[in-house]
Write a protein that binds this ligand. Structure first.
Ligand SMILES: [Fe+2]
Length: 411
C-alpha cells in the first residue's frame, strides 16, 4: 500500500501530506470492511487528482477532515459503497463483469464492449488512461487492484507492463490458434489484437514510388533534408529502431541511424498526422507514419484533411526483404485479476472474426487472424508482407534503441 502514496510523500512542500497519508495507511487496517474499502477507493480517486497536480493545501485539509469524521463513525452497514462514483470498478469476484484498463482512446471501441456484453452477458467497466499511468496505477493498487484486463497500443508498452509484473501468463488454445505466434508474448503475458504498419508516406507530386525500397535506404544521401519524423520519445519510433536492432544488429542500426538523422528535413516534432501535414505543406517529401493515420485523413469529413490525404501516397517498405515493420494493439490479463475467466473470455472474443471486423472497420487497423482483410480504405494502399520478427523484441531492445537514438542525435 505504501507505494500508493509515494508521489505524495516525495513532494517536499508539505509535511501535512506525509502525516495524512501515514494516517491513511494506518486506517487501512480499520476493522470495518466498508470503511477499509471506501477508504481505499477514495484514496484512488484522491491519488488520481494528486497525479494530475489538482490537489491544493485547502483540498488536502478538507479531505483529511472528512476522512477523520468518516472513520470515527464506527462500522456502517454492509451495503454496497456508492461514494466513489469516479471509480466505476469493482474488485469483488462477481461473474458477469470485468474491469478493463485501457490506454486506447477511441470512442469507437465501445462498439466492441457492447458486442461482447451482448454475446456473453459480461459487462465491461472501462477505465481509461495513459499507458504508463495505468501501469503505475495497477502496481500501486497491488493485491487490491480491481483490474482484470490491460489494453495498450504498441508491443513496447505491453512488454513494459509485463516487466512491471502487472500481467499474468494465460494459456488459451483459442488465442494460440487465432493469433500468429510473432504477434503474442512467447510466455503468454499478452496478445496482439490488431496490426499497424509503419509505412513510408510520400508526396505523390514530388516522389516517384519506384525510388522507395526499404527503411535502410532512407539513410542514403538522396533523401538529404527530405524526411519528416516525430520525436524519439515516441514509442512507435522506438519500436521501429528496436526492430532494426533485432534483425540487423546494433552496429548496422547505428550506421543507419546516423544517415537517417542526417536526412531529417527539420528537428523531430509533432505526431504522425503532423508529419503528413508537413508533407502536404512542402516541408518534406517523405515521412514515417502508422498506416491508419493516412486512412483516417482520407475518411475525414474535414476538407483540409481530405486535401492533405489526396497528396499522400503510402509505401510498404522492405517487401523484397524481411517485410514491413508491424506493431500491435494488444492486451493481457492482469496479475491477480478478480474476474480472470471473464478476462480470458474477453481476449478470446477480441480474437473472433466479429471483433476483428470492428477493429478493421472502425479504426482502420489490420486484423490479426488469418483470412480477414482490412477495410476498403486500407486495402486501397495495396497488399503487403509484414515482418515475422516477434514483437516482444520491441520491448526487449527498447533500452538499446532509446540509447542509440539519443547518442545519434534523434531528438
Ligand atoms: Fe496511434
Amino acid at each position: 500500500m505504501t507505494s500508493l502514496y509515494t508521489p505524495v510523500i516525495a513532494l517536499p512542500w508539505d509535511k501535512h501530506r506525509l502525516i495524512i497519508f501515514k494516517t491513511i495507511e494506518n486506517y487501512l487496517h480499520h476493522p470495518c470492511r466498508i470503511q477499509r474499502r471506501s477508504l481505499y477507493l477514495t484514496c484512488l480517486v484522491f491519488r488520481e487528482n494528486e497525479l494530475q497536480m489538482k490537489i491544493t493545501k485547502h483540498k488536502l485539509v478538507s479531505f483529511f477532515t472528512g476522512l477523520t469524521v468518516f472513520l470515527a463513525t464506527g462500522c456502517t452497514s454492509e451495503t454496497p459503497v456508492q461514494e466513489t462514483s469516479a471509480e466505476n470498478v469493482t474488485s469483488e469476484p462477481k461473474t458477469g463483469e470485468i474491469n478493463l484498463y485501457s490506454s486506447r482512446h477511441y470512442d469507437t471501441d465501445n462498439a466492441l464492449y457492447e458486442d461482447f456484453t451482448k454475446k456473453t452477458g459480461i459487462k465491461v467497466n472501462l477505465i481509461e488512461g495513459e499507458s504508463d499511468q495505468l501501469i503505475e496505477r495497477i502496481k500501486s493498487e497491488g493485491a487490491n487492484s480491481p483490474a482484470d484486463v490491460f489494453i495498450a497500443v504498441d508491443a513496447g508498452r505491453l512488454w513494459r507492463a509485463q516487466e512491471a509484473g502487472i500481467l499474468q501468463p494465460v494459456s488459451s488454445e483459442k488465442l494460440k490458434s487465432a493469433i500468429p505466434e510473432n504477434l503474442r508474448s512467447p510466455e503468454g503475458y499478452w496478445v496482439g489484437l490488431s496490426k499497424r504498419a509503419r509505412v513510408i508516406a510520400y508526396a505523390q507530386q514530388r516522389v516517384n514510388p519506384n525510388t522507395l525500397s526499404t527503411y535502410e535506404a532512407l539513410a542514403q544521401p538522396q533523401w538529404k533534408d527530405k524526411l519528416c519524423v516525430r520525436s524519439s520519445e515516441n514509442i512507435y519510433n522506438q519500436s521501429l529502431v528496436a526492430w532494426m536492432i533485432e534483425k540487423d544488429g546494433v552496429q548496422e542500426t547505428e550506421k543507419w541511424l546516423k544517415g537517417l538523422v542526417n536526412n531529417f528535413a527539420r528537428p523531430p516534432e509533432g505526431n504522425d498526422v503532423s508529419q503528413l501535414k508537413d508533407i502536404a505543406a512542402g516541408e518534406c517529401d517523405i515521412a514515417l507514419v502508422n498506416h491508419y493515420y493516412v486512412a483516417r485523413l482520407k475518411q475525414s469529413s474535414d476538407p483540409e484533411d481530405k486535401k492533405v490525404a489526396s497528396q499522400i501516397g503510402v509505401f510498404f517498405p522492405n517487401q523484397k526483404l524481411d517485410g514491413t515493420h508491424v506493431n500491435i494493439n494488444g492486451a493481457g490479463v492482469v496479475a491477480g485479476a478478480p474476474h480472470k475467466e471473464g478476462a480470458i473470455a474477453f481476449l478470446e472474443y477480441l480474437a473472433t472474426p466479429e471483433a476483428q471486423e470492428i477493429f478493421a472497420n472502425v479504426n482502420n487497423e489490420i486484423p490479426v487472424i488469418s483470412g480477414m482483410k482490412p477495410n476498403q480504405t486500407v486495402a486501397s494502399f495495396g497488399n503487403f508482407k509484414g515482418s515475422n520478427v516477434n514483437v516482444a523484441a520491441y520491448g526487449e531492445n527498447n533500452p538499446a534503441a532509446v540509447k542509440l537514438m539519443d547518442s545519434n542525435g534523434w531528438k
